[in-house]
Design a protein around this ligand. Structure first.
Ligand SMILES: [Zn+2]
Length: 186
C-alpha cells in the first residue's frame, strides 16, 4: 500500500495516539480517533475508527474484504494509572466469498470477550492471590465476568472464598458465585 493511501486511510490526529496503538495492539487500518479522559468518572474511553474504504482480512485468511456492516463493541483494557480503560470500535462485518458474513477478529481480545487479552492475563495472575469476589471488586468488574475468564482458561480459583476462616452462613457467603461452565458473554 502506498504512502498516500496510508495517509488517507489513517489521518495523523495525535502522535501520542501512535504509542497507545502499539500498547493496545491496534492494527492498521484501524486507528485511535480520540482518547477521552474523564476525571469525574475515572475512566478513559479510547475510540477507534477506520476509513470507510478500508478493507479487512477474514478470520479464515481471505484478504481485502470490504465492510458489509458494523457491530458496536466495547472492551475493558488495563487501567491507565487510576483510569479504567474502555476501548470502543464498530467492528467490521465482512462478506467473505469462502465463509459468508464474518465478523473481523480484533487482535486485542478473544471472540465474544468483553476484556482485552492483557486484562484477562491480569485476572489470571491475580486469581492466584485473591478470591474471585475481592478480585472483581479490586478491578471494578463483575464477578460473572471474572469467573468467565477463569472458566474459559480452565483455571480453578486458587483462593477459595472461605480460606482461613470458619465456614460462615451469612447471606454474603450464601450468595457467593459458583464456578459454572458459563456461556460466553456476548
Ligand atoms: Zn472467510
Amino acid at each position: 500500500m502506498d504512502q498516500i493511501t496510508i495517509d488517507v486511510m489513517k489521518p495523523k490526529i495525535n502522535p501520542v495516539y501512535l504509542d497507545f496503538e502499539k500498547i493496545y495492539e491496534v492494527p492498521f487500518p484501524i486507528y485511535i480517533h480520540n482518547m477521552d479522559f474523564s476525571n469525574d468518572s475515572g475512566r478513559v474511553d479510547i475510540h477507534l475508527l477506520y476509513h470507510k474504504r478500508a478493507t479487512f482480512t477474514c478470520p479464515c485468511g481471505k484478504e481485502n474484504l470490504k465492510v458489509h456492516s458494523k457491530l458496536p463493541r466495547i472492551w475493558r483494557g488495563l487501567d491507565i494509572a487510576k483510569y479504567g480503560c474502555y476501548i470502543h470500535l464498530d467492528v467490521p462485518r465482512l462478506i467473505c466469498p469462502e465463509c459468508g458474513v464474518r465478523t473481523y477478529q480484533v487482535p486485542w481480545a478473544r471472540d465474544h470477550s468483553h476484556l482485552t487479552h492483557l486484562m484477562e492475563q491480569n485476572i489470571l495472575t491475580l486469581s492466584n492471590y485473591m478470591p474471585i469476589g475481592i478480585l472483581a471488586k479490586f478491578l471494578g468488574e463483575s464477578e460473572n465476568r471474572v469467573s468467565n475468564v477463569l472458566t474459559h482458561f480452565a483455571i480453578s480459583p486458587k483462593v477459595p472464598a472461605t480460606r482461613g476462616r470458619k465456614k460462615r452462613t451469612s447471606p454474603v457467603e450464601k450468595s457467593a458465585p459458583k464456578m459454572v461452565p458459563a456461556a460466553e458473554e456476548e
